[in-house]
Ligand binder design. Structure first.
Ligand code: ATP
Ligand code: MG
Length: 253
């Protein structure tokens, strides 16, 4: 099982949208995918029609051995859903080994899936650290704005610390430019800088950029994935191109 965490402490950059669209795209290619919603906001759980009152991710962090039982099977795919309890994770998950809870949980189901896609909250707390410790690779969505650049630079000290203490094989798979509008010159300039930043941080900017597309929020409101809701949209085309880049990358490894 290849585990991919979608991370960025900046809010609203497209983490949840990317987690949903990448996972759904992998399923369309025939891969077995498990989604994990580690964000107390529960956005991914909502669009995937999962029940956040039932079995959930807070459960697996408390009791990693119960992971199999926490998986919900929805018509959008298999998911370990969010729960409001995750909001208190930084104060409730404090015991020694707290960074390894999710990693331990996923080891129990590693044979059952080809990919595990983790959506994370807009923070660098214990939940994101668990995702980074459990994953093989991380994708960083970013918008072409100056605060995203600042956010990525800050994110890197966390990534370095996790690599050093918890997960030496952690790889940043790439930075993904989201909500891109090529008509805005300032965005083009920031996109160029983002490419340079990626190089300095020893990763790359994905060749695929995700264009600004209204079908994305409509699909989320209708609780559908982008390919079913708007198969001919720019977003469906962009995300399937990204999924191709991801699977080409993993078959080279
Ligand atoms: N390419 C896009 N075009 C248009 N709207 C988009 C695009 N990507 C995301 N959005 C919209 O932007 C908003 C934020 O996206 P999303 O929820 O995926 O971000 P997030 O990083 O998960 O946010 P949070 O940090 O709050 O978890 C949503 O309303 C979503 O529908
Ligand atoms: Mg989100």
């Amino acid at each position: 099982m290849q585990t991919i965490a979608i991370i960025c402490q900046k809010g609203g950059v497209g983490k949840t949208t990317t987690a949903g669209a990448v996972g759904a795209g992998l399923m369309r290619k025939g891969y077995r995918v498990l989604f994990i919603d580690l964000d107390a906001q529960g956005n991914l759980s909502y669009t995937m029609r999962a029940n956040t009152q039932g079995y959930n991710a807070a459960g697996i962090l408390q009791r990693p051995e119960t992971t199999k039982e926490e998986i919900q099977r929805t018509d959008q795919g298999d998911i370990i859903a969010s729960s409001i309890e995750l909001a208190g994770a930084d104060t409730t998950i404090t015991a020694t080994g707290k960074e390894y809870r999710l990693r331990e949980a996923l080891q129990t189901i590693a044979g059952d899936y080809d990919f595990c896609i983790i959506d994370t909250p807009p923070a660098l707390g214990i939940l994101t650290i668990n995702a980074l410790t459990a994953c093989d690779g991380a994708i960083i969505p970013a918008q072409a704005d100056i605060y995203s650049l600042q956010g990525i630079a800050q994110l890197y000290s966390t990534l370095e610390a996790v690599k050093r203490y918890c997960n030496p094989s952690l790889q940043v798979m790439g930075i993904l430019l989201t909500r891109y509008n090529p008509r805005l010159i300032i965005r083009r300039e920031v996109a160029e800088t983002l490419k340079e930043t990626a190089g300095e941080l020893h990763t790359r900017l994905y060749n695929t950029t995700i264009r600004e597309c209204t079908a994305i929020s409509e699909a989320a409101a209708k609780r559908q994935n982008i390919y079913d809701y708007a198969p001919k949209s720019n977003a469906a085309a962009d995300y399937s191109r990204l999924v191709d880049e991801i699977t080409e990358g993993s078959s080279r490894q």
